[in-house]
Design a protein around this ligand. Structure first.
Ligand code: DAH
Length: 351
């Protein structure tokens, strides 16, 4: 038995596994449940007591040396296997795509913040609107051609049993402008008002680079005693300086809206060529950004406000237009196509 042990000892000493499989074979051969060491211990049971004293020690040492060999290499191989399975933590990360704020949201937020500094508060109204709030209260007489200024999407009532007269009275439409929110606000509360009303509006227009069937507006309203056109000009002038930078020029051109008198459209010096003339401003040096005016006394009376005591101004601007001029976006369709290549360009804009 002793000579067998010394033979195996030499084998163990010389053993050097190259792979995890080599080591596994070694483990089974020596340390396995049916392995050499198990056999030797079985054999040990039947030797004489005298031999046992000597052999016991030898056998234990032999067992320990086999275990030590196994353990020494086991760590090597487990480390190696782990290393191949593990991620290399020194490699750069894969990164993940995070969403970006939509340019229209960024600009809306900026507009709101500018007017907030002047004491304007936010108000909202529904997108499906009745005739009164979208047209009649705003001094668009029924059958008046001014209603055609805005091609309207009418919303059909679910039941079709009413007479023509009833249908007309209860006509609903997708609001064509945020001016309807002015009416709702003035009906619901008492002056003074200083409010800003952002929202989505709809018009029955063919979709192209320059027109869309839905877009966004911000409506402004200021009603109090002794509000004048000078207040209107100063407020909008401040807005333009904040939005497009100091030195941006403004000019007001007479215009027509049923709900304001007098009415005006406001232009600013072209943000691209600074007034020198370019394709954006059609070589004029000016670009139109909004409509405005003093609220027509008829509108104030329609919502129960004393037009002798109170005056006010209103304005409405398209957020897409304001955004186009800020970022030089030439095609309106980009805003609603959700192409990440377009949207990603604004992700660094933190306002
Ligand atoms: N509602 C008008 C439009 O959609 C814009 C507008 C013009 C709003 C003049 C106003 C205003 O409040 O005073 O074209």
């Amino acid at each position: 038995m002793q000579s067998k042990i010394s033979q195996y000892t030499t084998e163990i000493e010389a053993f050097e596994p190259k792979t995890a499989e080599d080591l596994e074979r070694f483990r089974i051969r020596f340390l396995g449940t049916k392995g050499i060491i198990k056999d030797l211990f079985d054999e040990f049971k039947s030797v004489s007591a005298e031999e046992k004293r000597v052999l016991g020690k030898v056998l234990n040492q032999f067992k320990q040396s086999a275990e030590a060999k196994f353990n020494a290499f086991k760590d090597d191989f487990t480390e190696q296997t782990n290393a191949t399975n593990k991620e290399d933590l020194t490699l750069p990360g894969e990164g993940f795509q995070i969403g970006a704020r939509h340019p229209l949201s960024l600009v809306r937020k900026q507009i709101v913040e500018i007017f907030k500094r002047l004491g304007f508060v936010l108000a909202e109204g529904p997108e499906i609107e009745d005739d009164w709030h979208n047209f009649s209260a705003l001094n668009f007489p029924e059958e008046h051609p001014a209603r055609d200024m805005q091609d309207t999407f009418f919303v059909q009532k679910p039941t079709g049993t009413e007479s023509d007269e009833d249908t007309k009275q209860e006509a609903f439409a997708l609001r064509t402008h945020t001016s309807s929110v002015q009416v709702r606000l003035m009906e619901a509360r008492k002056p003074p008002f200083r409010a800003l009303m952002p929202g989505r509006v709809y018009r029955n227009e063919a979709i192209s680079a320059r027109a869309h069937c839905f877009f966004h507006q911000v409506e402004g309203l200021y009603v109090d005693e002794k509000v004048s056109f000078a207040d209107l000009k100063q407020t909008l002038y401040y807005f333009v300086q904040e939005m497009y930078g100091e030195g941006t020029k403004v000019r007001f051109r007479p215009s027509y809206f049923p709900f304001t008198e007098p009415s005006a459209e406001m232009d600013i010096s072209c943000t691209i060529c600074k007034g020198a003339g370019c394709p954006m401003c059609k070589q004029s040096g000016w670009v139109e950004i909004l409509g405005c005016g003093m609220i027509d006394p008829n509108v104030l009376e329609n919502v129960g406000i004393d037009s002798k005591k109170y005056t006010g101004f209103a304005f409405g601007m398209g957020i897409e237009r304001i955004t186009n001029l800020k970022y030089q976006i030439k095609d309106l369709r980009l805003f609603s196509e959700n192409d990440v290549r377009f949207l990603k360009q604004f992700e660094t804009e933190v306002i």
